[in-house]
Design a protein around this ligand. Structure first.
Ligand SMILES: [Zn+2]
Length: 204
């Protein structure tokens, strides 16, 4: 009898612990989703006013991207991707980068959608540079520290990459892509500074 009671105690303890673990996982998931929402809100207005006067073609693009879902994927691998309809950010990426770096990554994926890129597993340098330019402009327009974000992006893993090991040729290709992206980032910052100095609006 005592053995049965003891076994039941072990079973209940295990059930409670499992339930706590699930609850903790759920809480973490909700907190991550809230963090994603907050970062996205700092980047783009989620509640565009259709009666805003002087709506330009440029502004209508903002309204489009405001409707794109930014979704959390439970995956330890740090990655960001898009299928053209939504942006997917993994929990692994969220654990790895801060809010500013994440804003640039989200903006980059929004850039692929807004610029009608189909982002494959092997994105071309040109498409990456276009999405990066769009992303830096989006941060600048939102009043975020785009230069700081670019510096952070150099220190973190870029989107669309897996966390696996690379062959030498793959590592070289990746290093080449990152060097080209860094060069492009510097050029975009110079472009934005020139536009700001001349008082020209930053159009996407
Ligand atoms: Zn990309």
């Amino acid at each position: 009898m005592q053995a049965v009671a003891s076994r039941l105690t072990v079973l209940f303890t295990a059930m409670i612990l499992t339930s706590c673990a699930n609850q903790t996982g759920l809480d973490t998931h909700i907190l991550m989703m809230q963090r994603l929402d907050n970062i996205t809100a700092s980047l783009i207005s989620r509640t565009p006013n259709p009666r805003t006067p002087n709506q330009s073609k440029d502004l209508s693009k903002d309204i489009d991207i405001a409707n794109i879902p930014i979704l959390l994927k439970q995956d330890r691998k740090p990655n960001a991707s898009t299928d053209g309809r939504a942006v997917y950010i993994t929990s692994g990426l969220m654990n790895r980068v801060n809010d500013l770096a994440l804003a640039l990554i989200i903006a980059h994926e929004l850039g692929h959608i807004s610029l009608n890129h189909y982002c494959s597993q092997n994105p071309t340098i040109q498409l990456e540079q276009e999405a990066d330019r769009y992303a830096v402009f989006l941060l600048a327009r939102a009043g975020l520290d785009y230069e700081g974000a670019v510096k952070l992006s150099a220190a973190t893993q870029a989107p669309h990459t897996s966390n696996g090991s690379y062959s030498t040729s793959e590592a070289n290709r990746k290093a080449n892509l990152e060097a080209k992206r860094a060069e492009n980032f510097r050029a975009v910052i110079v472009e934005i500074e020139a536009l700001k100095t001349s008082g020209t609006p930053l159009k996407l």
